[in-house]
Design a protein around this ligand. Sequence first.
Ligand code: ASP
Length: 357
Amino acid sequence: MDEMKQGRREFIGVSAGAAAGIALAGGLPEIARAQSATISRQGRGAIAVASGNGLEAVRRAVDGMRAGEDALDAAIAGVNIVEADPDDITVGYGGLPNENGIVELDSAVMHGPTHRAGAVASIRSIMHPSRVANLVRTTTDHVLLVGQGALEFAKMHGFKEEDLLTEKSRKIWLLWKQKMSDVDDWLPPPKEEVDPDLWNMVERFTGTIHLSARDAQGEVSCVTTTSGLFFKIPGRVGDSPIIGAGLYCDNRVGTAGSTGRGEANLQNLCSYQAVEFMRQGMGPSEAGLEVLKRVAENTNRSDLLDEQGRPNFGLKFYLIDKQGRYGAASMWGPADFAIADDDGVRKEAAAFLYERD
Ligand code: ASP
């Protein structure tokens, strides 16, 4: 990241309330020191922010908005690149499957100017669930379709069923099954015969793309799309297709969305709350940190806490406000995010609550 650019772009006019948010002292164990990355920055022109896997997506989204596309159409076109990418094992085609080896996808879209949303959950065999979510928004009176109903709806609109499991994702899933337990009949292959990258991937990581967009006129929209938690129980739905959890926007205020442990987000409705914090005057990064603080305070299951009482999972937010300030906040840092605006396409450092040792 270009540190000089970061300094120049710091947003100075943080309100008193937001500044108080940055301090993040109260009651939580070992909160990382506030640092320059906690300060939201001012973007220029059309702006898109996304998770770190979204560099090409933010590029496409900003190009589209510059060419006159609606912010949501541009955002969806951006994440479609990642949905089609077989190398991204967290989204769309090539996403890691459920515990039975079947890829189930979640996605939602929200359009600021109309305040209308659409979503699909647990949809199988469709590479671009974000497009189906958008059709739920534009062609029905509903917001969320799930499972078989979502698939039938997609087919009705001409989407083709495809096998979303790639050779890579099938191998990772099979290895996970073989390694999971030593009290079943599955035998793992000798470690030295397995590609080390593959061996490590069978940890139950999560991943997703969220993209928030704001056009040069200040209209905001957002989209989230994912294959969800690796090796999940079939039918499990995460935060990504739930409006207010995995994403939310209000055209008078701004837009926010997340990646990371969906269950934590579902239990705190973080994207909605982050937009509300921005409504109260916080900058985007500060609002993201404040919801992470809320999640940390509400996490009390011992298996979700480390020895120091800190949440042991990842959760990140990507945010833009109506005025074009943008930022990202992560439970654990250092962490980065993708951003595109008139100053180019790049990764920048996210604010974070806790620092990895
Ligand atoms: N939030 C997603 C889910 O819980 C996964 C992720 O973003 O990593 O399904």
